[in-house]
Structures are given as structure tokens and as C-alpha cells.
Design a protein around this ligand. Structure first.
Ligand code: MN
Length: 198
């Protein structure tokens, strides 16, 4: 299933030119699923929000990035499923390639499916098909409950912080904590370092 899901991702890329991963090693059944948010300075800066579901990273592009404020609805545009190994990718996608620009891992960690735990028992795949995902994030920057909901009669989704103990309307992680949680690097540092790597 995951191989088929990655067709669109692979078709758009030349892996001899782009440093992005082609494949993703399957993870053990016992491992908790992860989320990742990648800051991507492409033609316009955005945040790629990805959830591990059935061996791939189901993905959305969030132009403004995630919020900790439950009153903020952040537009989330679905994009191609990505391989699991993409969750640790940071670097520079060369000029002329799909998504050309700099990528850093802005946040990552395990997540839990709240609908499976305390709601109607829906799996993540069922939640995606229905257009109603409820998750609990355990990242370094993002914590607590989030809802992803597909707008009625639309392909677009909204990413919304749920009202819980982790909500904080005064804290804006996009601006307060802009750099990579993997390497501590900024977009500028990743760009500057890319030229020196073989
Ligand atoms: Mn992107």
C-alpha cells in the first residue's frame, strides 16, 4: 500500500539531483507513530505538517504554520504522501527541482489518535477519509490536542489547536522557536552549509 501511495511523490523528483529520500524504511509495529513539521522555504515559506499513517507520511502544507491558540484556524492544503525517511530530512532541494528551497525539521515527536482512544474508535485512515482527524502531539514545540478538519465541499483542511491544558494563545512557536529541533540550525545556516557538503 505504501509503495502505491508514494507514486506521486516519486514522479515529481529526480533523486540523482535532489538529496530528498526516495524510500522510507518500515518501522516496527510496536513503535509509536510520529508527526513531523518541516519548515520549507520554497517559492513561498510554509510548514509541511506530516502524520505517519500506514507506513507513509500523510501531508499538508500549512502556510502560516501551527498555532497554540484554539481561536486560530490555520489553512492546511493536502499534498502528496511522503516516505517515512522524509521525517528526518533537512537540506536544500536544488533549483529547478520540485519544491526547490531549504527544509528544516521544525518539530517532531510521537502522536496519538484521540478518536481511537476516547472517541468513536476511528482509525487514522478512517479519520482521513471522513475529513476529521483528532490527535495529541508530543513534540518539543507542539503539545496537546489538535484537530484537522476538511472543509465542507472543499479539498482544503483547517488545522486547529484544541482547548486543553497545552493551549496558550500568548505563545507563538512559529516566531518564538524558528529553528530545527534536530540540529538547532536556522534556514540560513542550512543554506550556508549545503554548498560545503559533497
Ligand atoms: Mn513543502
Amino acid at each position: 500500500m505504501s509503495e502505491k501511495d508514494l507514486g506521486a511523490y516519486r514522479e515529481k523528483r529526480d533523486f540523482l539531483i535532489s538529496p530528498e529520500p526516495r524510500d522510507g524504511a518500515a518501522r516496527g509495529e510496536s513503535m509509536r507513530p510520529i508527526f513531523v513539521v518541516q519548515k520549507h522555504d520554497a517559492s513561498s515559506l510554509h510548514y509541511d505538517f506530516r502524520l505517519e499513517v500506514d507506513g507513509v507520511l500523510v501531508s499538508w502544507a500549512v502556510p502560516k504554520g501551527p498555532s497554540m491558540d484554539p481561536s486560530k484556524k490555520r489553512l492546511a492544503l493536502p499534498t502528496d504522501d511522503h516516505p517515512l525517511d522524509y521525517a528526518r530530512f533537512e537540506g536544500v532541494i536544488p533549483e529547478g527541482q520540485y519544491g526547490a528551497g531549504t527544509v528544516l525539521v521544525w518539530d517532531t515527536g510521537p502522536y496519538r489518535n484521540l478518536r481511537a482512544e476516547e472517541g468513536d474508535g476511528a482509525s487514522m485512515r478512517e479519520s482521513l477519509e471522513e475529513g476529521k482527524v483528532r490527535i495529541w502531539l508530543e513534540g518539543e514545540k507542539l503539545r496537546g490536542g489538535y484537530t484537522l478538519v476538511r472543509m465542507e465541499g472543499d479539498k482544503r483542511w483547517l488545522l486547529i489547536k484544541r482547548s486543553d491544558e497545552a493551549a496558550d494563545p500568548r505563545y507563538d512557536p512559529v516566531h518564538a522557536a524558528p529553528d530545527s529541533v534536530l540540529s538547532g540550525r536556522s534556514l540560513e545556516e542550512i543554506r550556508a552549509g549545503a554548498g560545503s557538503l559533497s
